[in-house]
Design a protein around this ligand. Sequence first.
Ligand code: GLC
Length: 541
Amino acid sequence: MLDKTKFGWWKSAVFYQIYPKSFQDSDGDGLGDIPGIVRRLDYLQKLGVDGIWLSPVFASPQADNGYDISDYRAIWPPYGTMEDMETLIREAKRRGISIIMDLVLNHTSDEHPWFRQALKGRDNPFHDYYVWRDGSPDCPPNDMRACFGGSAWEYVPELGQYYFHQFAVKQPDLNWDDPKVRRELYDMIRFWVEKGVEGFRLDVIDQVAKEPDRMITARGPKLHGYIRELSREAFPEPGLVTVGEAWSADTEEAKRWSAPDGSELSMVFQFEHMTLDQRGEKWDAVPLNLPALKRCYERWQRELHGVGWNSLFLSNHDLPRVVSRWGDDGKYRVESAKCLAAMVHGMEGTPYIFQGEEIGMTNVPMELDGYEDLETVNMIAERRERGYSDADILASARARSRDNARTPMQWDDSDNAGFTSGTPWFGVNGNYKEINVEAALRDPDSVFWFYRRLIGLRKTYPVFREGSFELLLPEDEDIFAYIRRAEGEQLLVVCNLSGRERAFQVPAEFERGERLLGNYPDGGPVLRPWETRTVYLRDGK
Ligand code: GLC
C-alpha cells in the first residue's frame, strides 16, 4: 500500500478518470451519478488504480458538463447529495483509492451567485470578482477569441461593460488579481480537504493569470506567483496530489509547475504529444508522424527526469478515443489498445486511464445533428458559415469531437450497456454488445487484464518510476522502442505501432532478459501487427 501522507506517493500511482455523467446511473434518470460510482468501486479496485480523478460533480447548469460551476460547495442534485459524496470518499479510501476532485478555478458559471451579484452594478462588492472592461455594444475591448469560438467578450447593456470569458459565454472568467477571489477559492478547497478529498485536478490552471489588455491568456507574468500562493494556502499537506492542466506548458514551464521542492504542484498535465497530428486547429487532423511523437516524448522524458513530474495519458474527456485515433479500432482493436497502453505506461510519470480505455472503447460514428458538446456544436456552426462542406465538417467531428469520449460506459451487453435502466442522456456506442466490461473480465486476454498487469508492474519494479530514458530507432516510422535504466535494473519496451510485420533486433543485453508482458505469444525476431513486448533485466542476472 502506498503511504499517501508522503510527498511523491503519486510517482508510483496510477489514476483513473471518471466522467460522471457517462459512468454509471443508479436511479434510472439516464445520467450517471455518485451512487453509481460507489457501486463500481470494486471494479476499479480489481483494475488496481490508486485514485480517481472525478470530473466536476458540483452544482452547475451543465453548459459545459459541469466545467461551469454555480456552487463549489454543493453537489449537482442529479449526481446525488453531499452524503453520497461523503460515502464515495469513504468507500473509495477503504479500497485504497483516493478521490481527486476537478477544480475549475479559472471561471464560474454565469449562474454562480458571485456573478449574479457582479451583474447588479459596478459598485457591488462582487463586481471585481470578474474581469470587466468598458465598451459600447458594437465595439468590444479587443478582438480576442474564446476557446469555444466567438468573441471572448460579452456585453452587458445594463452596465455598459463587457465581461471576459476564455471559454463559453456562460463561463465568465474569475479575476485572480482580486485577493478576495483567491481567498474564497482557498477556503473552498479546504472545505473539500476536510471532507477527505486527497487531491485536485486544476482545470486550465495555466490560464488564471490572464491579462486581456495585453492579449495574454495562458502563462501570464503573475502565474507562478499565484500558483505558489495557492500551494501554500490551500495545499499545505505534503500528501495532497495536485495536477495542473496546462495546454500551454513546455518542458521549462513544466519543471516549474512540478518542482520537486513541492512549491507549486505535484505534476503537470500537458498536451504537446496530443497536438502533433493536426494542422493548426485541432479539427484539421493529419496522420500521426511517429518520429515526431517519439522526439516529443524523448524531450519530455529527458528534461523532466529528476527535476519535474509529468502525467502520462493518451485519452481524456476532451480527446477522441485513442484506439480510434492512433490505433486500429477494427481488426487489431485489442492488440493496438494494448500496444498503445504499454507505450505510455512504460515511461516516467503518473499514468491516467480514462473510463472505457481499459476495455478498448472506440470513437462513435454519429451524424452532425447528434453532437452534444458545445465546442463541437460551435465548430459545426462556425465552419458552415465559413463555407466548409458538411462532409468535411463531419469528418472532423468524427475524428476529433470530445463527444467520442463521452458516450456511456459499456458495462455489459444488456440494454444501454448496463449504464442505465432509463433513457441515456447520450447514446450508447453501438458496439457495446462486443466491447463491454463483463466480456473483458471473462477473457484473460482482454485489454482490461493487460492494463491490470501494467499497473502491477509499475508497483513492482522501481525502474518504471525512476529509470532514465533512451530512445531506440528514432527515425523508424512504425516502431517505438526505448530502454529505461535505474540502479540495478533495465527495461526494454518495444511497440510496433503498425499493422505490418516488422523485423526487430532485440538489443543484445536483453536477450537474456525476462519477458514481463506482451500482447502475442512469445515471438522471435519479427514483430507482428501492433505487437508490444516489455523485457526486464536485473543487473548481474
Ligand atoms: C478544460 C476541461 C474542458 C473544459 C474547459 C473549460 O480544458 O478539461 O472539458 O471544457 O477546461 O473549463
